[in-house]
Design a protein around this ligand. Structure first.
Ligand code: GLN
Length: 496
């Protein structure tokens, strides 16, 4: 019988196998995770809401199903049977409160599951808790949540990244087996980088966003946040694919991403290193870690090519026009009529809406709504919004040209290791600069993964980002897997 630390450290693919063969029970696995949450989440605050009772009931049922399946001579079980999941609180979970980290959705209980949840539940997984996000996924540190900050398990004085910081912290602290995050401009990859976990942003259109609270609809994607590359592929297999409820989800076959994880030999793989991704202000330790990782890929047989993505420097201003513009439209629906608390003030409907939104939204969300409304207003629309759309095309073209020469691109995902709590919260521009390496990929619709690649002298994680052409997730997974299998970084755990 495995001891509790071994249980909480399990990956989803390993845990489901052990449950299926009855080497462990789903109940003991779930209990171990709940104990880990009890022991550490008061400090880390990865979760907003833990669904302990519900999870234990599901676990019990999973164990019964396994027993029944074995008795009936059917050793094949649902791929995730008995495995608990940790879900970013911007993803709707039926009958479980979903706040998006905002006061304005304080009491919002969805009446349906997001498609990704439905698919994972059909595969046998069940919810163990909702993880803390920045409010409406706007932020890079999880400090913008209305329900308190999440701390980085590697250093409690530092941020876990954002906006999926709760999911990342839950993975790093072994307070969960696997998680989902969302990535509009880096929110899966940057927190993975800051916590030594794996975060995968799929191609735009690969995964349904139905039931995911919208931030910027031309950019939002849901992605796995896991403890290793195999789990990222495993979970992607289950959530990817067309959904008639999401018209942006693409109706092309989903490959078996696990097949991409074959060996450690990268011979013939052309790896591009974009010159512009060694940005001003990048920490020396980050740069040297990425250079070492590139050398490592070369020893595995990859061909290394320097490439240029000349419009890289415009990704940040372009994103910070388009994302707020879309957000200002998406957030118009929170008016106190259909969801959440309504301000009880005298006056007409406009007074009520003004007060509801004024109290319900935090300052970063208000800033985005104002920026976005401004960029879309008559007289400024052409100068800002239309211009940004044109630059977006140029950014996409840079990637198209690069991928004519190479299979994947590699870079850092964050210019620095985890920064201190409070360090950037009074300076929005400094906060936005934390995303400088993760904004261009969503603008271009391409996938990218971030994996553990080293540590700073102070012991803070540093991640390696690998990007591929749209719908070529397999190539980046192959490189990520080869790197992971021949390095030890992902095995290091924070001291809790
Ligand atoms: N940090 C970026 C922002 O604040 C990206 C957030 C995200 O990907 N959800 O917009």
């Amino acid at each position: 019988m495995a001891i509790a630390t071994e249980l909480v450290q399990l990956t989803a693919h390993r845990a489901s196998e052990l449950v299926r063969t009855r080497e462990i029970s789903s109940v003991e696995l779930t209990r171990a995770i709940l104990e880990q949450i009890d022991a550490h989440d008061k400090t880390i605050h990865a979760y907003l809401h833990v669904t302990a009772e519900r999870a234990l009931e599901h676990a019990k049922r999973a164990d019964e199903e396994v027993a029944r399946a074995r008795a009936m001579g059917d050793p094949k079980a649902s791929p995730l049977r008995g495995v608990p999941m940790s879900i970013k609180d911007v993803i709707s979970t039926k009958d479980v409160v979903t706040t998006a980290g905002s006061r304005i959705l304080e009491n919002f209980v969805p009446v349906y599951n997001a498609t990704v949840i439905e698919r994972l539940e059909n595969a046998g997984a069940f919810l163990i808790g909702k993880t803390n996000p920045d409010e409406f996924a706007m932020g890079s540190s999880t400090e913008n949540s209305a329900y308190g900050v999440t701390k980085n398990p590697w250093d409690l004085a530092r941020v876990p990244g954002g906006s999926s910081g709760g999911s990342a912290a839950a993975m790093a602290a072994d307070e969960g087996i696997f998680a989902l995050g969302t990535d509009t401009g880096g929110s899966v990859r940057q927190p993975a980088s800051l916590t030594s976990t794996v975060g995968l942003r799929p191609s735009y259109g690969r995964v349904s966003r139905w039931g995911v609270i919208a931030f910027a609809s031309s950019l939002d994607q849901v992605g796995p946040m896991t403890k290793d590359v195999r789990d990222a592929a495993f979970i992607l297999n289950l959530i990817a694919g067309h959904d008639e409820h999401d018209s942006t989800s693409v109706n092309t076959p989903v490959p078996n991403y696990l097949n991409a994880l074959q060996d450690e030999n990268l011979r013939g793989m052309r790896v591009g290193v974009p010159r512009e991704y060694f940005v001003e202000g990048m920490a020396g330790e980050v740069e040297s870690t990425i250079r070492d990782a590139i050398t490592h890929l070369e020893t595995l047989g990859a061909e290394i090519h320097e490439v240029s993505l000349p419009h890289t420097e415009y990704a940040l201003p372009t994103y910070y026009i388009l994302a707020p513009a879309e957000a200002s439209a998406n957030l118009a629906r929170y008016d106190g009529v259909k969801y959440g608390p309504r301000a009880d003030v005298p006056g007409d409907v406009w007074d009520v809406m003004r007060a509801t939104r004024g109290r319900g939204f935090g300052s970063e969300v208000k800033r985005r709504i104002m920026l976005g409304t401004y960029a879309l207003s008559t007289g400024y629309y052409d100068a800002y919004y239309v211009k940004a759309q044109k630059v977006r095309t140029l950014i996409k073209r840079d990637f198209d040209n690069a991928f004519d020469r190479v299979d994947v691109l590699v870079s850092a995902a964050s210019p620095t290791p985890a920064f201190r709590l409070g360090e950037k919260s009074d300076d929005p521009l400094q906060m936005y600069l934390a995303d400088v390496l993760t904004l261009a990929q969503p603008l271009a619709g391409i996938p990218a993964i971030c994996i553990p690649a080293g540590f700073s002298d102070g012991g803070l994680p540093i991640g390696l980002q690998i990007m591929a052409r749209a719908f070529e997730e397999e190539k980046m997974l192959r490189v990520a897997y080869a790197y992971e299998q021949t390095t030890e970084w992902h095995k290091r755990k924070p001291k809790l």
